[in-house]
Design a protein around this ligand. Structure first.
Ligand code: GLU
Length: 367
C-alpha cells in the first residue's frame, strides 16, 4: 500500500522551483521543505533530487545556456546557491542535509555504485536528508553512451537502487492525461496506471513540460521504479500542500509496482553504460526469453563495440531490437573469434576459457 511507503524519493523539476522571472520560487521551495519536514518527523526516510542549478547559475551570470559548456559553467555557479536554500530551509526544522552530486558513471561502475549505496544508506541511518543533483560540471552529457541526462532518470535510479518504496516526481502538471491538456480542454487525468503499456507511453508523446525532462522521461522513470517493485507518482507542485497529499489515490497519477528485479539485475537493466552490442540468432533469442537460458557463443552472429570482460552489453535480434542486457564474460575481441562456435571449442580457439557462456544467466536481464 502506498501509504506504508517508508523511504521516499522526491524529484523537483526546474519548472516548479522557478518563478516566471526565472528566479528561485521561494514560496514553492519553502512549502516543500515545510511539508517534507512533516513527513520526516512522522518517521519517513527522505531523499531529494533537485534540478535548478543550471537555471539559477545562468540567471546569476547573465548568460544563455546554448552550449553544454555554458550549461556546465552555469550549474557550477547555481548548484551551491540551490543547495544553500535547501540546507538553510531544512535547518530551520532541525534537519541536516547532505549534498550528493552524481554522474552516470557512479551508477554504471559497480564499485562506485556500491560505494554510493553505502554512503546514502549511512546518511539515512543518521537521519540526514541527501539532496541530490546531477554533477553537471563534470557530466560528459554530450557523450553518446550516457544513459541519464535528466533528473527524472536520475531520481528513478536513486529510488530503485536505494530500495525506496516510492518516487514522487513533482512537476508543474497534474499528472498523465489521456490527451495533451494544453491543447484539449476535455483532457482527463489518469489517476491510476497499473502497467506502463505502449498505449500509455503513446499518451506521453508531445506532452513535453519544458526543462530537460518531459512526460516521456517521467514515464521512463516510472517504468524503472515500478519494475523494481516501487510505486511512482507524478504530482503538481503548484497544488497547495501537495507533499502531504501524496498517499491520496486521487492526487496526481499513481503508477503501481509490477515486478521486482533483484539488485544486480536492476543495475544491469537500468544504470549502465552500454559498451557494445551482440546480435544473436532466433534460437538464442528464444532460449533467453522463453527458457531463461544464458547466452552461448554459438548463437552470436555479430559483435559491435570495443568492450572488456565484465562490461555491460546490449543483446539484439536480427531486426536490431534490443531484448536483453548482460555482463559479458569475454572481451569483444575474444567473442569475435568464438562467435558461431560451440562452447567446447573455446579453449581450442582462445587458449583459455572463463566460462561456457558468453553471458551467464544471473548476469542477463530480459528488457
Ligand atoms: N541538473 C540540472 C540542473 O540542476 C537539471 C537536469 C534536469 O532538470 O533534468 O539544472
Amino acid at each position: 500500500m502506498i501509504e506504508n511507503s517508508k523511504r521516499i524519493v522526491f524529484k523537483f523539476g526546474t519548472n516548479i522551483l522557478r518563478n516566471e522571472q526565472g528566479d528561485i520560487s521561494l514560496s514553492h521551495l519553502y512549502s516543500f521543505i515545510e511539508d517534507i519536514s512533516y513527513l520526516y518527523k512522522q518517521g519517513k526516510e527522505i531523499l531529494i533530487v533537485t534540478s535548478g542549478a543550471v537555471g539559477l547559475g545562468a540567471k546569476k551570470l547573465k548568460i544563455d545556456t546554448s552550449s553544454t559548456t555554458l550549461k556546465q559553467a552555469a550549474a557550477s555557479v547555481g548548484q551551491p546557491m540551490l543547495m544553500g536554500i535547501w540546507q538553510d530551509g531544512f535547518e530551520k526544522y532541525g534537519i541536516t542535509t547532505a549534498q550528493i552530486l552524481l554522474t552516470e558513471e557512479d551508477f554504471s561502475n559497480r564499485k562506485k555504485y556500491l560505494s554510493l549505496r553505502l554512503t546514502l544508506h549511512k546518511l539515512l541511518e543518521n537521519k540526514v536528508i541527501p539532496i541530490i543533483n546531477q554533477n553537471d560540471a563534470v557530466s560528459p552529457s554530450e557523450l553518446e553512451h550516457v544513459s541519464f541526462s535528466d533528473n527524472d532518470k536520475l531520481s528513478a535510479l536513486v529510488a530503485s537502487k536505494l530500495d525506496a518504496d516510492l518516487l514522487v516526481m513533482v512537476s508543474d502538471i497534474d499528472g498523465l492525461f489521456d490527451k495533451n491538456p494544453k491543447e484539449f480542454k476535455d483532457a482527463k487525468l489518469i489517476s491510476k496506471v497499473e502497467k506502463i503499456t505502449p498505449s500509455i507511453e503513446k499518451l506521453a508523446q508531445g506532452a513535453s513540460l519544458g526543462g530537460r525532462g518531459g512526460m516521456i522521461t517521467k514515464l521512463t522513470g516510472a517504468k524503472v521504479v515500478t519494475s523494481s517493485g516501487l510505486y511512482a507518482k507524478i504530482v503538481n507542485g503548484k497544488t497547495p500542500n501537495i507533499i502531504k497529499k501524496i498517499f491520496d489515490d486521487n492526487t496526481g497519477t499513481t503508477f503501481y509496482p509490477n515486478q521486482n528485479l533483484p539488485h544486480k539485475k536492476r543495475w544491469i537493466a537500468y544504470a549502465t553504460n552500454i559498451m557494445g552490442k551482440l546480435t544473436v540468432n532466433d534460437g538464442a533469442k528464444e532460449a533467453i526469453i522463453k527458457n531463461q537460458k544464458s547466452l552461448l557463443s554459438v548463437g552470436i552472429e555479430k559483435v559491435e563495440g570495443n568492450f572488456k570482460r565484465g562490461e555491460i552489453i546490449s543483446i539484439v535480434d536480427f531486426d536490431g531490437n534490443e531484448f536483453a542486457r548482460g555482463v559479458s564474460c569475454y572481451d569483444s575481441e575474444d567473442i569475435k573469434k568464438i562467435q558461431g562456435k560451440h562452447s567446447d571449442k573455446i579453449i581450442e580457439i582462445l587458449g583459455y576459457k572463463y566460462d561456457d557462456d558468453v553471458v551467464i544467466k544471473d548476469n542477463l536481464v530480459v528488457i
